[in-house]
Design a protein around this ligand. Structure first.
Ligand code: ZN
Length: 402
């Protein structure tokens, strides 16, 4: 009898563990039910309510002033444009997938503020788990002195690596890089979905178009709505042994009449002031997503890398020229449609890389064309023709095409 009970006890504990494991798994795929901001007597309260359990870490960043909250991977409703809600010291907030297993909320503050307290309220009265963050305006000096430092995440997670090995086939490897993603929405659109959704849609159409030709293996740096640091994007291309890296973006401008596509390649010195400003804007992606750039390793430099980079830059410029020629027939182009600037995402020393600004989401015609399936296909066909021509040229006489 005693033996039977012990067995039953064992079985029960196994079941309990399974239930616990299931509950844990379940909580990691929870949903955000509500986000509220309140401002009362000089105190700004930010509340996130989720179904299930909640682990979090919180830290602050200066320049611009931000509070970053990392949570387990959660489903948020809306399309990532939801920074509209503001109040007190919170100018807006953004959220999205930061990396596999980690969702991130970034509070953009309109002035320096200190985190007075942050705590969890367990579920009750029909509410889910609530995370409460109280903020109070402070001087810059106090903000800097009381900065919350990032602590290791409660759960480990590896960076998303799309490709590890080059395929054994003779096909050229093209890496497409849909700009922005997750907590970084990119440019807002006058008609709807922000840049991060447009770039992913177009990248998928370009991938399908290139793959249909049978000549290319195509990888995406991201195939879902997730943030990827700029350096990881080109590292994905390097690890895949890519022959070509194409970063896809769509710009926005204060004047709604500006429209048209342009192609950019890497240069230490910008071809013009506008290109320089654009690169500075695109390079902010990591800052927008709340990466502390103070922890980035310094750039490695050597003569060998510089030589490789120079040759790569020549190939990049060569492809950019061909691409501009093909885009002409598919989309309106801006004047001086091939420009140069210091885009971080184009800095792979050994993979020819271009960045395509496909149009302006601040222009109604461009915005609706970029969201339109037929136009996306036309754009993808133009890119496919340019890729074909580029590799034919390269194969027909390595050195003298440049
Ligand atoms: Zn962009």
């Amino acid at each position: 009898m005693g033996y039977g009970l012990r067995q039953l006890g064992k079985l029960l504990s196994v079941i309990m563990m399974m239930v616990a494991a299931f509950a844990l798994h379940d909580s990691s795929a929870g949903t955000v039910d509500d986000i509220r901001i309140g401002d009362h007597r000089g105190m700004t309260r930010f509340v996130v309510e989720v179904q299930g359990q909640l682990d979090y870490r919180l830290f602050t960043l200066a320049d611009p002033y931000r509070v970053v909250i990392d949570l387990p991977e959660l489903a948020f409703s809306g399309n990532g444009n939801a920074g509209a809600v503001s109040g007190g010291v919170i100018e807006r907030y953004r959220f999205g997938l930061f990396k596999p297993g980690v969702s991130r909320i970034v509070l953009d503050l309109d002035r320096p503020a200190v985190v007075k307290s942050h705590f969890l309220i367990p579920p009750h009265d029909g509410h889910g788990t609530r995370l409460v963050v109280d903020l109070k305006a402070a001087s810059r000096a106090v903000f800097l002195a009381r900065m919350e430092k990032p602590k290791p995440l409660p759960q480990g997670s590896r960076p998303e690596i799309v490709a590890e090995n080059r395929s054994p086939s003779a096909r050229k490897v093209i890496v497409l890089d849909p700009g922005h993603g997750g907590v970084d929405p990119g440019a807002p659109s006058v008609i709807g979905a922000p840049e991060k959704h447009i770039t992913l849609q177009v990248a998928r159409v370009v991938r399908d178009t290139l793959e249909r030709s049978g000549r290319y293996d195509v990888l995406l740096t991201r195939d879902r709505d997730i943030f990827i640091p700029l350096r990881d994007r080109f590292e994905i291309a390097r690890r895949a042994g890519a022959d070509l890296f194409i970063s896809l973006h769509a710009d926005s401008f204060k004047s709604a009449s500006v429209r048209g596509a342009s192609v950019y390649t890497l240069s230490e010195r910008a071809s013009d002031r506008e290109a320089g400003l654009l690169a500075a804007k695109e390079n902010k992606s990591d800052v927008i997503a709340g990466i502390d750039l103070g922890t980035e390793p310094p750039e490695v430099s050597s003569i060998l890398i510089d030589l490789a980079r120079r040759e790569t830059m020549n190939y990049s410029a060569h492809f950019a020229g061909i691409l501009v020629g093909e885009l002409k027939s598919a989309v309106p182009l801006r004047r001086n449609s091939h420009r140069f600037a210091g885009f971080v995402v184009l800095k792979a020393p050994d993979v020819p890389s271009v960045l395509v600004e496909m149009g302006y989401l601040s222009n109604p015609q461009d915005a609706s064309a970029l969201a339109n399936g037929n136009n996306q296909k036309r754009l993808a066909e133009a890119i496919r023709r340019a890729v074909d021509r580029y590799f034919i040229k390269i194969a027909s006489g390595q050195g003298n095409v440049l």
